[in-house]
Design a protein around this ligand. Structure first.
Ligand code: FEO
Ligand code: CA
Ligand code: CA
Ligand code: CA
Length: 679
C-alpha cells in the first residue's frame, strides 16, 4: 500500500465532453475496469450468467440496478481492517429491476397471473450484495465468486426490528405476529455507514410494490390517511407479484405483496400492515453474515434515499442526515441520545453498538428560512403539535409518529424541497450537502418557490423543444451547523444544475460551462477523509439521474472542490413561467465553482450513475452504472433481444452484438500514474 499526501490539491484532468456513447468515458490518464455485473455468481456455486433471460437462482447472484456502494476493508488474514486499500468487501444496493431483460421473451403481461418463476426472479434481484474484491498485479481488480464473506440479502431474508416501533401493532403481520420480525429489504437506494464497521441501507420507493387499492371499507380513517400520504395506492403492485399461484400451494412469499385489508380478516390472511414493515433505515454487519439485518425504526419511516453521518466527535451526540425522495418531501436528521465514544469504533459485536447509538434518539425535520438560516424541529409525540388532537393525523404514540414521520413533518410545517436525494458531509468542515434532483411546474409553480427552492423556468428538451417548466435541472443545497447536536444552521446553494447555454442571470446561476454543466444531481459523496485529509478542500463527487439533459448527453459524474456555506451571497432572481409570466425570488448562492468543478465521467446509453466509494488511499474508485438500456423494450411488450444499450459488453469498442442485453455493473477506475483518482 502506498501512502499519498496531497496538499495543495488541484483538479488536474481535462474534463470529459458530454456524449451519448455506449461506454463509460473517463479522462485521459485513467483506466476503467468492469466489476461485478447483474447476474454474476457470488454464492452457492451459481452457474455462469447466460444473460438471455433463462438464468435462475438470483439469491446467489448479483442483483439488478446496482446503486449505492461502500468499501469495507479486510486484512490479509480476513479480519476487519479499515485501512486496507487492496482487499475488502463492496456492499451494494440493488434498487430495482429492468424487468424486460430478466426473462427470455420480455416479461409476462400485467393484469393476469404472474408466473412464479418470473416473480421469484424479480423479487430476488432486489436487496443488497456483499462481495469480496482485491487488487492484484498491475492494478488489476477482481472479485471473488467463492469468498466466505459473499452474501445476498433479498426481500425474503429474515430481518429484525429495533427501536421504538419494534413490537408495535402497526407492524404486526401474519409473518410477524409480535411485530419484531420481518422479511427483507426493498428498493434500496442510497446508503450510509457507521464508524463501528456497519452499513446503513435505505428503503426508498417501496410503496409501489404493494397491491392495495379497493379496501377502503375495511380500513380506519387513520390508515387511509397514512396510506395516501405514503402512496400505497396501487391496484396491482409494480410487478403484480401477489398474483402468483405458487406450485407448492403456500403463498406467503407472494401473498405478502397484497396489502388489501380484509373485513374480518384473520391473522393468517390479512397483510394490511406489510407496507409498514418498509421505509426504514436498515443496519447490516458486512463482516458477519450470520447476523440478521436490523431495521432502525428510531430514524423514521420515509422514502429513505440515504443516511449519511455527520462528523463524529468524541463526547458529542452523533447525527445522520437523510433525504426523503419525492417532490415536496423534506430533509431530516437523527441525533442519537448517546454521545460518541471513540472506543466503540473497534468493538466486535458491531450490531450491539448499533443498538447503543441508533435505537434511541430524536428525529428532526428541516425548516429553511429566507434569511439563510434554518432550524431542526423535533418529531416527538406530545411536542410541536404532534398529538392526538392533530387535525392532519391523530397520533397515538411515538411509534405512530415514526411510522408516519411524513405526517408528523407536515404538522410542524417543514420546508417542502425539490426532491431530496443523497446527503454528503465534508470530512473537514462537517458541512452537510443535499442534492435536490428536480421539480416540476405542478409541484413547484411560478409563485410556489422559496429561498431554498428558488427557481422556476423552462429548459426546452429535445429537437422539438418540449417545454419543461419548474426546476427541471435541480440544485445542491448545503448547511452549516455548530455541531451535530445543533438545532439551528445556516445554508446556501452550492450549485444549480443547468445547461451552459441557459440564461446566466436567472437560470445558470452557478455559471456552468461545457466542462461542468449537468442536470438532476442525485448521488453525492465526499472523498474519504483518509484520502482527503491532506486537502484543504476535499473532493465532492456528484452523480446524475437525469430526465432533462438526456437529449444532449448520457448521465454523468463530476468532481469538485467546494468552499463552504457563505462563500457567495444573497441574490434575487427573476423566474419565468408558461406564457411569459414572471416573479422574483430572493435566495442564497455559493461562489461559482468555475474550474473547480469538472466532468469526470459520462456513462453508457440510458444509464444512471449512482453509487461511489474509494479505497481509503483514494487510488481506486468504485462507481455504480445503473440500468443501461432501460428505455428499450419497456414493459409491457417490446423486444428484449434488441436493446438500445449493450453495456458493459460494449465497453471496449462501443458496440456489441445486436441482441446482447445490457447489465447494471460496477466500474473500477484507477489513475495510470498510481495517484488519487480525481485530482
Ligand atoms: Fe433511488 Fe432517489 O433515487
Ligand atoms: Ca438515487
Ligand atoms: Ca433519482
Ligand atoms: Ca434509479
Amino acid at each position: 500500500q502506498t501512502t499519498i499526501t496531497v496538499s495543495p490539491a488541484a483538479i488536474g484532468f481535462a474534463a470529459v465532453a458530454k456524449n451519448k456513447n455506449d461506454v463509460v468515458t473517463v479522462p485521459a490518464g485513467y483506466t476503467v475496469q468492469i466489476g461485478a455485473r447483474l447476474g454474476d455468481p457470488i454464492t452457492g456455486g451459481a452457474a455462469a450468467y447466460k444473460n438471455d433471460g433463462t438464468d435462475a437462482g438470483f439469491a446467489n447472484r448479483i442483483g439488478d440496478h446496482g446503486d449505492a456502494l461502500y468499501w469495507f476493508g479486510l486484512s490479509s488474514t480476513g479480519t476487519r481492517d479499515e485501512t486496507s486499500s487492496i482487499r475488502g468487501l463492496i456492499v451494494q444496493n440493488h434498487e430495482n429491476i429492468n424487468q424486460q431483460y430478466l426473462h427470455a421473451a420480455g416479461a409476462s403481461q400485467p393484469g393476469g397471473v404472474r408466473p412464479e418463476t418470473e416473480a421469484l426472479k424479480e423479487i430476488e434481484c432486489h436487496g443488497v450484495s456483499v462481495v469480496e474484491y482485491s487488487e492484484g498485479a498491475n492494478r488489476a481488480w477482481t472479485f471473488s465468486s467463492t469468498s466466505t464473506f459473499n452474501r445476498r440479502i433479498t426481500p425474503n431474508t429474515p430481518v429484525v426490528f429495533n427501536g421504538p416501533v419494534a413490537g408495535s401493532d402497526l407492524i404486526k403481520t401474519p409473518y410477524s405476529t409480535t411485530g419484531v420480525a420481518g422479511r427483507g429489504t426493498i428498493n434500496n437506494c442510497a446508503n450510509g455507514y457507521t464508524p463501528w464497521g456497519t452499513l446503513l441501507t435505505c428503503e426508498e420507493n417501496w410503496a409501489g410494490y404493494f397491491r392495495r387499492s379497493g379496501d377502503n371499507a375495511a380500513r380506519t380513517a387513520k390508515e387511509l390517511t397514512s396510506l395516501s400520504r405514503y402512496g400505497v395506492t396501487s391496484s396491482s403492485g409494480s410487478y403484480g407479484w401477489s398474483t402468483v399461484v405458487p406450485a407448492d400451494g403456500t403463498n406467503t412469499t407472494f401473498r405478502r405483496w397484497d396489502a388489501r385489508a380484509t373485513t374480518g380478516g384473520t391473522a393468517t390472511t390479512d397483510w394490511r400492515n406489510e407496507p409498514n414493515q418498509f421505509g426504514w433505515v436498515v443496519e447490516i454487519d458486512p463482516y458477519d453474515k450470520s447476523k440478521a439485518p436490523r431495521k432502525r425504526t428510531a430514524l423514521g419511516r420515509l422514502g429513505h434515499e440515504g443516511c449519511w453521518p455527520g462528523k463524529f466527535v468524541a463526547g458529542t451526540k452523533p447525527a445522520w442526515y437523510m433525504g426523503d425522495d419525492s417532490r415536496r418531501e423534506y430533509m431530516y436528521k437523527f441525533v442519537s441520545n448517546t454521545a460518541w465514544a471513540a472506543a466503540d469504533a473497534t468493538a466486535t459485536d458491531r450490531l450491539a453498538i448499533g443498538d447503543k447509538y441508533l435505537d434511541a434518539g430524536t428525529l428532526y425535520v428541516a425548516k429553511f428560512a429566507a434569511d439563510g438560516t434554518g432550524s431542526w424541529v423535533a418529531l416527538v409525540f406530545g411536542q410541536n403539535g404532534i398529538t392526538a388532537a392533530s387535525a392532519i393525523y391523530p397520533f397515538a404514540d411515538q411509534a405512530d409518529v415514526l411510522v408516519n414521520a411524513r405526517l408528523a413533518a407536515d404538522v410542524v410545517g417543514a420546508t417542502p424541497m425539490d426532491r431530496p436525494e443523497w446527503t454528503a458531509v465534508n470530512p473537514v468542515t462537517g458541512e452537510v450537502y443535499l442534492t435536490l434532483t428536480n421539480n416540476n411546474a405542478t409541484l413547484r409553480p411560478l409563485n410556489g418557490t422559496d429561498a431554498a427552492n428558488p427557481r422556476h423556468y423552462n429548459d426546452p428538451f429535445g429537437t422539438a423543444g418540449t417545454a419543461q417548466f419548474g426546476n427541471p435541472n435541480g440544485h445542491i443545497i448545503r448547511i452549516k451547523e455548530t455541531s451535530t447536536e445543533s438545532l439551528t444552521f445556516t445554508w446556501d446553494i452550492y450549485a444549480f444544475g443547468a445547461g451552459a447555454d441557459l440564461d446566466a442571470t436567472n437560470i445558470n446561476l452557478s455559471g456552468l460551462t461545457a466542462d461542468n454543466d449537468f442536470s438532476s444531481p442525485d448521488g453525492l459523496w465526499f472523498g474519504r477523509s483518509s484520502n482527503a485529509s491532506g486537502l484543504v478542500k476535499p473532493l465532492l463527487w456528484i452523480q446524475t439521474d437525469d430526465g432533462a439533459y438526456t437529449d444532449v448527453t448520457n448521465c454523468m459524474m463530476l468532481v469538485g472542490q467546494p468552499g463552504g456555506v457563505g462563500d457567495g451571497g444573497a441574490r434575487t432572481i427573476t423566474n419565468t413561467g408558461a406564457g411569459g409570466a414572471t416573479a422574483t425570488q430572493a435566495t442564497r448562492i455559493g461562489a461559482a465553482p468555475g474550474a473547480n468543478l469538472k466532468r469526470f465521467l459520462v456513462g453508457p446509453v440510458e444509464c444512471e450513475i449512482t453509487g461511489v466509494d474509494s479505497t481509503p488511499d483514494g487510488r481506486t474508485l468504485f462507481v455504480g452504472i445503473q440500468h443501461p438500456g432501460e428505455g428499450a423494450a419497456t414493459f409491457p411488450g417490446g423486444n428484449p433481444n434488441a436493446p438500445t444499450s449493450h453495456w458493459p459488453d460494449s465497453q471496449a469498442t462501443g458496440t456489441a452484438g445486436a441482441t446482447v442485453r445490457p447489465r447494471s455493473a460496477i466500474v473500477i477506475i484507477t489513475k495510470n500514474d498510481g495517484g488519487i483518482v480525481g485530482l
